[in-house]
Design a protein around this ligand. Structure first.
Ligand SMILES: C[S@@+](CC[C@H](N)C(=O)[O-])C[C@H]1O[C@@H](n2cnc3c(N)ncnc32)[C@H](O)[C@@H]1O
Ligand SMILES: [Zn+2]
Length: 567
C-alpha cells in the first residue's frame, strides 16, 4: 500500500491499558502510537512485521486492528511474553477455577510461612508480613511491614522489628528442604551479572531467601499441573512477573531493575510471595485485566500458525524465535509494513537481564551469541553491533514489498549507535523519508532521573523503493517480463484478498507494471512489443495465470475467478 505523507506525533489517550503490563519488559512502545502507525500504513488483512518484537506491542495492536502479524525476537522470554500478550481468547473462567484450586492447596500453607506472633487488635486474627527488610545492611535487625488478612482497617499496617521468636520461626522454615524444583544453576559471566557476583551472588537461587524459594517452588509446582496450555502459560506469566519482586533485587525505595541493571542493594526486602503472586493476577494492571482486554479486542481473530504459508490460508499470527539477521523462513516481498524497535547499543542487556525469569521457565542462554548488542563480555563492540544490524535490516528489506514502509523507533545518545542504525538502514537500500519525535506516555525511571537521558523517542520512517524490479532487472531481465510481473502481482493480491476476478488481477498487475516501468522508457516496450502487438492485455493476463500451477481458475456467473492453490 502506498501512503503519501508519514504521520505526526500521536496524541496520548485518556486512559492507559492493562494488556502491556502483564509482564515487565523494557522499552515497550506506546501502544496508541503503534496502533496509529499501523492503521496509517496498512489496510485490514495486511501483514505487519516486527523482527525485534520484545513484549509484542506491535503484534497485539496489529491484531486488534485486524491486520495479520509476524513477530520475531531472539530472546525466548520476549517470545513467551509476546505470545501471552497476543493470545486470544483465553478461557478466563477456567483460569479463575485453576487459581481457586491452587489457592485451596497452597495459599494457607504459604501465608503461614509469613505469619507473625502478634494478632490484629481489631479482629484478633494473626498478622502476616507483607515484607521484611532483611538485607545485610540491617545487620540482623530485620524490620517487618505487616497487616491483617481480613482487610478491614485498610492502611492498618504494623511496622516494627521482628522479634527473636519470629526470627527463629523463619529459621525453622529455612532449615527444611525446599519441597519442589527450583533453578540452582551457576551464574554465567556478564556485564550486568558481574554486579551480582560482586554482591556475593554466584548461583541463581541465591537471589532469593530460602523462605521465598520454598514458597516460589510450591507455586511453580502447582502451575505445572495445569493441563490447559493457555491457562498454564497465563498463570506462569503472573508467576514470572512475581519473581523480581520476590527477589533480593527489590528494596523499599527502589523497584527491582528500574535502572535496567542487576543492582543489588544492601537493604533488600523479602516480599510475601503469595500476596505478590495474587497481586500480579488480580490488580488493575494484572494478567486477568490484560486478558479481558485482548479477549474483547482481538476475540477469535488470533489464529496462530507455525509457518509463513499458513498466513496465506487462515493464519493471522506467526511468532518466530530466531536471529533477525536470518529471516529465511519468510518469503521475499511478503510483508506489507514493518514497525520495529531495535536494540539500542548496549543500553539494555536483554539477554542477561532476562536470566532470572528464564531460569524458572527453563529457557537457556544459547541464543546470546546472536544477540545484537554492545557488550565486551560477548566481544561485541560498535562495529560488531553495526554489522549485525545491517544483516537484520537487509532481511527486513528483502521481505518487505516494494514501495512499502518501515518505521523504526530509536532512542539513544551515543553517536556511534545512531550511525550504526542509519548505516544499516541505508546499506539495506531504504530511503529515509522523515523523522517524527514522539513523547512517551510516562517517563521511565531513567528518563525522570537522568538529566542527560532523551525524553522523547524518535520514529524514523523509511521506504523501500518501488523500483526494486527495475534494479533487479539489471542482472535479471526475466523479472522485467510482463509474465513475471503479472504472476507476482496476482500472488500478492490473492494472498491478501484470497479470491479475485480477472479484471481485479489485471488492475493489480497494471499498477505493478507502472511502478516497474515508469522510470525506464526502454522498459515501456513491454506494454507493446516491437510489432505493436499488445502483450499486456486481459487475455494475456488470463493466459499467463492459467499457465502457472500456483493459481486455481474457475468460472462463476460468467466471471473468471482466481484463487491460490494450497498444498
Ligand atoms: C528495544 S527491544 C524491543 C522492545 C519492544 N519494542 C517492546 O515493546 O517490548 C529490542 C529487542 O531486540 C531483541 N533482540 C536482540 N538481538 C536480537 C536479534 N539478533 N534478533 C532478534 N531480536 C533481537 C531483544 O531481545 C529485545 O527484545
Ligand atoms: Zn484484623
Amino acid at each position: 500500500m502506498t501512503v503519501d505523507a508519514p504521520i505526526d506525533c500521536a496524541i496520548p489517550p485518556q486512559r492507559d491499558c492493562a494488556r502491556y503490563k502483564m509482564h515487565k519488559y523494557w522499552a515497550g512502545k506506546p501502544w496508541y502510537v503503534v496502533a496509529e502507525y499501523i492503521r496509517h500504513f496498512t489496510r485490514e488483512g495486511d501483514i505487519v512485521l516486527d523482527p525485534f518484537c520484545g513484549g509484542g506491542v506491535v503484534g497485539c495492536e496489529a491484531l486488534i486492528n485486524r491486520r495479520r502479524t509476524v513477530l520475531n525476537d531472539l530472546n525466548p522470554m520476549a517470545v513467551f511474553i509476546a505470545k501471552n500478550t497476543c493470545r486470544s481468547p483465553v478461557d478466563l473462567e477456567l483460569f479463575l477455577a485453576e487459581l481457586k484450586k491452587i489457592e485451596a492447596r497452597i495459599k494457607d500453607k504459604i501465608m503461614d510461612m509469613y505469619r507473625l506472633r502478634e494478632k490484629c487488635p481489631i479482629c484478633g486474627e494473626y498478622l502476616y508480613a507483607r515484607h521484611v527488610v532483611r538485607g545485610p545492611a540491617k545487620n540482623g535487625a530485620w524490620i517487618v511491614d505487616a497487616r491483617c488478612r481480613n482487610g478491614h482497617g485498610r492502611g492498618f499496617n504494623v511496622r516494627r522489628l521482628l522479634t527473636e521468636e519470629e526470627k527463629s520461626d523463619i529459621s525453622r522454615i529455612e532449615d527444611a528442604a525446599i519441597p519442589f524444583w527450583h533453578p540452582d544453576g551457576e551464574l554465567p559471566d556478564g556485564r550486568e551479572i558481574m554486579r551480582l557476583k560482586s554482591a556475593g551472588i554466584t548461583h541463581i537461587h541465591q537471589l532469593f531467601t530460602r523462605r521465598n524459594l520454598v514458597a516460589l517452588s510450591m507455586v511453580h509446582h502447582e502451575i505445572r499441573q495445569i493441563t490447559d496450555e493457555a491457562v498454564r502459560d497465563l498463570m506462569l506469566t503472573a508467576f514470572s512477573n512475581t519473581l523480581l519482586h520476590a527477589s533480593k533485587l527489590k528494596s523499599e525505595d527502589l523497584r527491582p531493575m528500574s535502572a535496567n541493571s542487576y543492582y543489588c542493594m544492601g537493604d533488600w526486602i523479602e516480599e510475601n510471595v503469595w500476596e505478590r503472586f495474587e497481586n500480579r493476577i488480580l490488580w488493575r494492571w494484572g494478567v486477568l485485566e490484560g486478558k479481558r482486554e485482548t479477549n474483547r479486542l482481538i476475540g477469535d481473530y488470533f489464529k496462530p500458525v507455525r509457518e509463513f504459508f499458513g498466513m496465506e490460508k487462515e493464519g493471522t499470527f506467526l511468532l518466530l524465535n530466531r536471529p533477525a539477521q536470518d529471516l529465511s523462513n519468510l518469503p521475499p516481498e511478503s510483508v506489507d509494513y514493518c514497525f520495529t524497535d531495535p536494540p539500542y547499543g548496549g543500553s539494555i542487556q536483554y539477554g542477561e537481564l532476562t536470566l532470572l525469569w528464564r531460569s524458572w521457565l527453563g529457557m537457556d542462554d544459547s541464543f546470546i551469541k546472536d544477540e545484537i548488542i554492545i557488550n565486551t563480555f560477548q566481544n561485541k563492540d560498535e562495529r560488531a553491533f553495526e554489522n549485525m544490524l545491517k544483516k537484520a535490516f537487509s532481511e527486513v528489506y528483502r521481505v518487505l514489498k516494494p514501495g512499502h514502509w518501515l518505521s523504526v523507533t530509536f532512542n539513544n545518545r551515543t553517536p556511534g549507535v545512531w550511525s550504526a542504525l542509519l548505516n544499516a538502514c541505508r546499506a539495506a537500500g531504504f530511503e529515509k523519508v522523515n523523522v517524527v519525535p514522539q513523547k512517551p506516555l510516562s517517563k521511565s525511571f531513567v528518563q525522570s532521573w537522568s538529566r542527560y537521558s532523551l525524553k522523547r523517542d524518535l520514529i524514523l520512517n523509511f521506504r523501500k523503493p518501488a523500483k526494486t524490479l527495475i534494479r533487479r532487472c539489471e542482472n535479471n531481465s526475466s523479472a522485467f517480463e510482463p509474465k513475471t510481473i503479472i504472476i507476482l502481482a496476482a500472488k500478492e493480491y490473492l494472498s491478501k484478498f484470497r479470491r479475485a476476478t480477472l479484471p481485479e488481477l489485471f488492475e493489480a498487475a497494471m499498477m505493478k507494471c507502472i511502478d516497474a516501468y515508469y522510470d525506464d522508457p526502454d522498459a515501456m516496450r513491454h506494454f507493446l512489443d516491437a510489432k505493436g502487438t499488445k502483450c499486456f492485455d486481459m487475455t494475456s493476463v488470463d493466459r499467463f495465470l492459467q499457465s502457472d500451477a500456483a493459481f486455481l481458475r474457475s468460472e462463476e456467473n460468467k466471471n473468471i475467478i482466481y484463487s491460490l492453490v494450497m498444498e
